[in-house]
Design a binder for this molecule. Structure first.
Ligand SMILES: [Zn+2]
Length: 377
């Protein structure tokens, strides 16, 4: 009987083991589940703890979010250049942006500088921190009265007030106009005051309201040395004595040559001994010629209108020439004349209402000058 029972059990052994395994699995799963629920409950309980909540809040509130979340962009701007921004503004239908170019907020700063010329105006001015553009403009303003090669002596002095435009962080964006300048050569004071004649029309006048502008410039080139005057001379290449019907200015190749007055270009081509040359007709009386150029200025060709001071070409040594120089001729009523002895009518003198306005403007500038000088001390 006993062996019979054992036999039966052995017969069902697999089945018994299977039930046992299922029972263990259910028990383990149940235990794991309860344990997990318990853990979650405990965690929740500790998170709900008021003090912990407070500490977490105070910690996280001090952290900066990594990204700013923006729900509705109304407008934004992109920098185009140093002076302008492009602004995008969302239209009322919210699907499109309109664009607008806006001028940046630039501050106008007035600068006063003065110096005593040691070797050259340019070097002295650069040492004072004046930008080359302003120095060139200064030289251009005095270009009708002063020959910078011969009239400037060691010990001569100058004063200048000019404007400059700075952005919000105080860096220089652009040089503005010269407001006032003084050049003292061998005891002679030459003052120039900026004056607005009309909208976008400015000119410079001396203390008597007289413009420095003349029909033609004496020297249509900056920083040159007069190397051969007008008159009879032995030609350096041809060898025989010949009339030198112009004035030569020695200057490095590439030095810009300016139109000595307003006019129309009547020639911009190769002219044999003169090399590359430009001829300008200024009015019914005067014409000027510029020879031996290395190249012509941008857009300079026959029929083009040019302004006084505009670059018409660059110094070279083309044609019959021994070295880089500008050969400059002035033709008066068809006759070549000495440009250095040329007596041109002086520029206009302000009268009436304009003169009164100028006088007020002059006083303002004089006051400004003394204030700027006072602020230096
Ligand atoms: Zn010459």
């Amino acid at each position: 009987m006993k062996t019979k029972l054992i036999g039966k059990l052995q017969e069902y052994a697999y089945f018994i083991w299977l039930i046992l395994l299922i029972f263990i699995a259910v028990f383990v799963t149940y235990f794991y589940d309860t344990n997990k629920k318990n853990q979650i409950y405990l965690l929740e309980k500790s998170f709900n703890n008021v003090y912990l909540k407070k500490s977490i809040n105070s910690l996280t509130s001090k952290l900066k979010p990594r990204y700013a979340e923006i729900n509705r962009i109304i407008k934004f701007k992109i920098e185009i250049d140093k002076k302008k921004d492009l602004e995008f503004l969302r239209k009322s239908n919210l699907t499109k942006f309109s664009t607008k170019i806006i001028e940046k907020n630039l501050t106008r700063v007035l600068i006063f500088k003065e110096g005593i010329i040691e070797n050259s105006l340019y070097n002295t001015a650069i040492k004072l921190g004046i930008k080359p553009n302003t120095i060139i403009e200064f030289a251009r303003l005095y270009g009708f009265q002063v020959d910078f090669q011969r009239d400037i002596w060691k010990g001569d002095s100058f004063q200048i007030i000019y404007e400059q435009f700075e952005n919000e962080d105080g860096s220089l964006i652009e040089n503005g106009d010269i407001i006032f300048s003084n050049l003292n050569t061998q005891g002679n004071d030459l003052n120039l005051y900026k004056f607005e004649l009309g909208k976008n029309e400015i000119d410079y006048f001396d203390e008597n309201g007289k413009s420095m502008k003349k029909t033609l410039m004496k020297t249509p080139i900056n920083g040159a040395r007069l190397s051969s005057p007008f008159g009879k001379r032995k030609h350096p290449i041809l060898g025989f004595t010949k009339m030198h019907a112009g004035t030569d200015f020695a200057a490095p190749t590439g030095t810009p040559i300016m139109a000595s007055g307003d006019g129309v270009v009547t020639r911009a081509q190769w002219c044999g001994g003169g090399g590359n040359c430009v001829k300008i007709k200024h009015n019914s009386v005067y014409q000027t010629v510029y020879a031996h150029m290395s190249k012509f200025g941008r857009g300079i060709k026959k029929g083009v209108r040019v302004k006084q001071g505009q670059i018409i070409g660059y110094v070279g040594s083309t044609g019959l020439s021994t070295g880089p120089h500008l050969h400059y001729e002035v033709i008066e009523n068809g006759r070549k004349i000495n440009s250095q002895k040329l007596k041109l009518p002086s520029g206009k003198t302000l009268k009436g209402k304009e003169r009164n306005k100028f006088e007020v403007n002059k006083i303002k500038i004089d006051v400004l000058k003394s204030e700027l000088i006072a602020s230096l001390n």
